[in-house]
Design a protein around this ligand. Structure first.
Ligand SMILES: Cc1cc2nc3c(=O)[nH]c(=O)nc-3n(C[C@H](O)[C@H](O)[C@H](O)COP(=O)(O)OP(=O)(O)OC[C@H]3O[C@@H](n4cnc5c(N)ncnc54)[C@H](O)[C@@H]3O)c2cc1C
Length: 464
């Protein structure tokens, strides 16, 4: 579709007002350009505001204060291990080089980090949690203060416009206040429209094996950004690796709300299926655990733990806030293991046998069944499950994010199927492909939104 007869003009159009979109918009504004931020939903925030607020950074003052030794090199190794070596190393290098700057920027804009956490695929505690609602509201405030960022809600971008067939992207066709408008972008367009965990058709096309996973994520995350660039010949990466998140409560499939994921396994819980049997090394990435639970009867497991794990809960840090799950009635408590088993509909003798066998592995320092050797990724000491009361968290696999999509270069320019840049088009956030590879390390998606969102904004502002 060609570009002429513009109804509106700006320097940079950013599509999607989640974390990546805001970071791009603010960076473009800082570079002195005028920005139009288009958001399809009636509210901003996308999946970012629903998230756990976990950021993966390495070598920070928070880690130093907690006595955690970490480095860019170690972070790189963990990302590659989680990604099964399938990651685009150029993108990983950018993250390693820029992650400390992203952390500093978040602090500069006033974000308060909660205590450091150990999380999935991290070989040392590296999760720096923030309150995601506070983050999005601060970004909204900064965009309003910038004076050169116009944010339009209920305004989906529908197509990218090129100056000639296979030419430069010079604007977008958007539906603004219900009317189609051609918006000219004098410098560039940034796609930050998130993933497609809410697009059943795309999920069926790319990951039919995830059919039993619960769908979740921002209501607007229907893959529009990916499809608009696809129409222009953009390449894809990592599409087949989409995975759900283990620890997602099955009620999330039918009820509203947030904070459905609990990860007691990384504090010492085991996971058993409906037959009362373990089925996996629980210290693995929760994306791999997500795949494993889909193979179990009814795609359901229970995270089983005792009071000693409950004592390691972290109030206000969603995946580890077990008390709030108990208050919401999501986490079940019982005075004995037999009582817990009956509540779950599991044979009490089988559950006891499973736990006795596991406790034996803890004592001997060797898990003969699944090779578990730590709380998460070889880190942390396992503990026996023995101190009443006992707890069970029903857990399935939640397809909360897709973490795959458009091929980009290190400067976030979208590349076509032949590896050639599509001029004028940039992409950042969840719809970027290549960064994660096979599976994601906790905190690396929000971290990636800041790192690459800022680069996309800066580069779009410079593009001519
Ligand atoms: C429950 C949950 C917990 C998570 N926890 C973590 C975590 O702790 N750490 C981590 O790293 N990752 C986490 N993730 C993943 C992470 O939140 C997302 O990958 C990330 O927030 C995506 O940010 P984004 O800016 O790319 O997209 P989003 O924040 O989803 O924003 C995209 C925006 O684009 C809008 N949009 C879509 N189409 C259009 C269109 N055509 N026109 C205009 N606007 C459009 C959407 O409505 C949306 O507002 C979690 C995700 C979920 C759902």
């Amino acid at each position: 579709m060609g570009g002429s007869g513009w109804q509106r003009e700006t320097d940079v159009v950013v599509i999607g007002a989640g974390l990546a979109g805001y970071c791009a918009a603010l960076a473009a504004a800082d570079a002195g350009t005028r920005v139009l931020l288009l958001e399809k939903q009636p509210a901003v925030g996308g999946s970012s505001v629903l998230s756990g607020g976990f950021f993966a950074f390495a070598g920070t003052d928070l880690q130093q204060a907690a006595g955690v030794e970490d480095s860019g090199a170690r972070l790189l190794e963990d990302l590659k291990r989680a990604g099964g070596g399938q990651n685009d190393e150029r993108l990983l290098k950018v993250y390693i080089d820029r992650q400390q700057e992203a952390y500093a920027w978040l602090k500069k804009i006033g974000m308060a980090f909660k205590p450091l956490q150990l999380s999935s695929a991290q070989s040392v505690p590296r999760t720096h949690p923030v309150d995601p609602e506070a983050l999005i509201s601060r970004l909204r405030e900064l965009a309003a203060q910038a004076g050169c960022v116009d944010t339009l809600l209920n305004s989906p971008a529908e197509r990218l416009l090129q100056d000639e067939p296979r030419g430069r992207v010079v604007g977008v066709l958007a539906r603004i206040e219900g009317r189609p408008e051609k918006v000219r972008a004098r410098r560039g367009v940034v796609l930050a429209a998130g993933g497609f965990s809410r697009n059943e058709q795309m999920l069926r096309e790319f990951v039919p094996h995830q059919a039993r996973g619960i769908r979740y994520g921002g209501a607007g995350n229907t893959g529009d950004g990916i499809r608009m660039a696809w129409a222009l010949g953009a390449g894809f990466r990592d599409m087949a690796f989409i995975k759900g998140t283990f620890g997602f409560h099955p009620d999330a499939a039918t009820k509203e709300g947030r904070n459905w994921t609990k990860l007691a396994v990384y504090r010492g819980a085991i996971a058993v299926n409906k037959l009362g049997r373990r089925f996996v090394d629980e210290s693995k990435s929760y994306k791999l655990l997500g795949d494993a639970v889909l193979q179990q009867p009814d795609a359901i497991a229970y995270q089983i733990f005792d009071q000693s794990v409950m004592d390691k809960a972290a109030d206000g840090v969603p995946p580890f806030d077990f008390q709030s799950a108990l208050r919401r009635g999501l986490l079940w408590q019982a005075g004995t293991l037999d009582e817990l088993a009956r509540r779950l509909g599991i044979d009490p003798a089988q559950l006891s046998a499973t736990i006795n066998r596991y406790n034996g592995f803890v004592d001997n320092g060797s898990d003969e069944d699944f090779g578990r050797d730590g709380l998460s990724t070889h880190y942390g000491k396992l503990t026996r499950i023995e101190r009443a009361p006992f707890y069970a968290y029903p857990s399935s696999s939640g397809l909360i994010a897709t973490y795959c999509g458009l091929t980009v270069d290190a400067g976030t320019r979208v590349l076509d199927v032949f590896g050639e840049p599509i001029e004028g088009l940039f992409a950042a956030g969840e719809l970027m492909g290549g960064f994660h590879g096979v599976a994601y390390m906790t905190g690396s998606s929000l971290g990636k939104c800041v790192v690459f969102g800022r680069i996309a904004g800066q580069n779009a502002a410079r593009a001519v």
